[in-house]
Ligand binder design. Structure first.
Ligand SMILES: CC(C)(COP(=O)(O)OP(=O)(O)OC[C@H]1O[C@@H](n2cnc3c(N)ncnc32)[C@H](O)[C@@H]1OP(=O)(O)O)[C@@H](O)C(=O)NCCC(=O)NCCS
Length: 168
């Protein structure tokens, strides 16, 4: 039987595995790094739950967690209506369970929970194919600009590297 429920910190490993699967599917996580990343991600999910900064809903097929949707709370500058915002993220459905409305139901639950949790606005970065899904839940396109930290350049020594030679 498939059912939806709110997740808690005991679901951290399942959420981390879905996160790893999602990044892997997007080509952002090499297969060889999936297990190590999932462990690191599990700690991250536990920390977010402990800090009361995470809402997550999951779909379960009996014991197996097959879909997720999360919202992470963060603070912006003080504002008359409150400074708490949320980012909707971690929307992922295992391929065999897609196009059955699970993402839509989870997005509805998490958006409502983010509002109930005090988020004045909820943002997300949609993949192009998922825009319709979010639009049906009332999300609108805005001109949000993003600055991404670049990876540090590898330092190349400016002096010649000398090979050690026997006796030298
Ligand atoms: C994007 C994603 C989360 C959608 O999950 P999903 O559970 O298939 O989503 P839904 O079933 O709620 O809706 C998907 C589509 O199926 C349709 N659908 C829903 N129930 C259906 C049913 N019973 N029969 C046929 N179609 C159905 C929906 O109308 C929707 O149509 P659209 O493509 O025109 O928007 C999923 O494909 C996924 O995990 N992709 C990889 C990760 C990703 O891109 N995440 C989003 C990042 S922003």
């Amino acid at each position: 039987m498939i059912y939806l429920r709110a997740a808690d910190r005991f679901d951290a490993l399942a959420l981390a595995n879905l996160r790893a699967a999602s990044l892997s599917e997007l080509g952002l996580l090499p297969n060889a790094e999936v297990d190590a990343f999932a462990l690191q991600a599990m700690r991250g999910f536990v920390r977010l739950f402990t800090d009361d900064r995470l809402i997550a809903w999951i779909a379960c097929d009996d014991e197996r967690v097959v879909a997720s949707c999360c919202a992470v709370f963060y603070e912006r500058l003080p504002y008359p209506d409150g400074s708490r915002h949320a980012e909707l993220c971690g929307v992922y459905v295992v391929p065999a369970y897609r196009r059955r409305g699970f993402a839509s139901e989870l997005v509805g639950e998490v958006t409502a929970a983010a509002c109930a949790g005090g988020a004045r606005k909820t943002f997300l970065r949609p993949s192009p194919s998922a825009k319709g899904l979010y639009a049906r839940h009332g999300f609108v396109d805005t001109a949000l600009m993003v600055f991404e930290k670049k990876p540090l350049p590898v330092e190349v020594p400016s002096y010649p590297i000398l090979a050690a030679s026997p006796g030298g």
